[in-house]
Design a protein around this ligand. Structure first.
Ligand SMILES: C[S@@+](CC[C@H](N)C(=O)[O-])C[C@H]1O[C@@H](n2cnc3c(N)ncnc32)[C@H](O)[C@@H]1O
Length: 208
């Protein structure tokens, strides 16, 4: 981590004990702890929820529940957060932390493929966080778009994919998925969009 990253993290709100413990646990016991949103992005998601006050939120790709907990922290008391995770082996880990959160009642966890589950949720979302299989970003987007209200927000993580979006070498499947998504977003006139070049790239999309 660069000294500017250190400086930023030491001058923003702390994550809190539960999320710090979750992060330590993930680094000791999980294979890919780098997938966790982390301190800065978690605080950004919380801040977006503070500003927008979304009442219906969807997260595609729960992993540990870190980002879920951040969005729960920032949203109103009557908000509901649906989070979808395909890997049911994560269930014990996810429940271990969500059950200890004061915001646990806002969170509904679904296990299964988001592509199948999104149409069954029967919700209109104020905010969607796309953070699952990079090869399927365009598919998640198409699937979820009709379920987002006009004026709602879609936030997509990893849209610079470790800089591979500008790499000269032929793209692997995940990079190709992100490139397709970014090209689709660029041409979509139903939205306004900006890519925040923080961490691995965070695209913020506003549905007109
Ligand atoms: C980057 S991690 C999510 C991190 C989490 N959102 C956070 O910020 O802390 C991606 C997760 O998406 C899950 N996933 C992949 N494909 C999926 C799908 N089609 N439906 C639901 N979850 C999926 C993976 O199993 C993995 O746990």
């Amino acid at each position: 981590m660069s000294s500017i990253d250190d400086y930023v993290l030491s001058h923003i709100d702390r994550e809190g004990e539960l999320l710090e413990e979750l992060t330590r646990d993930a680094h000791v016991n999980l294979l890919r702890p780098r997938m966790i949103a982390g301190h800065l992005q978690g605080r950004i998601l919380k801040m977006l929820c503070r500003i927008l006050r979304p009442r219906r939120i969807l997260e595609i790709g729960t992993y540990t529940g870190y980002a879920t907990l951040c969005m729960a922290e920032g949203s109103a008391d009557d908000a509901r957060i649906h989070t979808i995770e395909i890997d049911d082996e994560m269930e014990d880990f996810i429940r271990k932390y969500i059950s200890r959160s004061p915001y646990k009642d806002k969170i509904k966890i679904h296990f299964g493929d988001a592509m199948d589950l999104i149409p069954t949720l029967n919700e209109t979302f104020d905010m969607v966080f796309i953070d699952a299989d990079k090869r399927l970003y365009s598919d998640y987007y198409d699937r979820v778009f009709p379920c987002v209200r006009s004026g709602g927000l879609i936030v997509a993580d990893n849209t610079l994919w470790d800089g591979k979006v500008v790499s000269a070498s032929p793209p692997d499947k995940q990079t190709r998925g992100i490139l397709n998504f970014n090209d689709k977003i660029k041409e979509d006139t139903r939205i306004e969009k900006v890519i925040l070049p923080l961490r691995d790239g965070l695209t913020v999309i506003w549905k007109k």
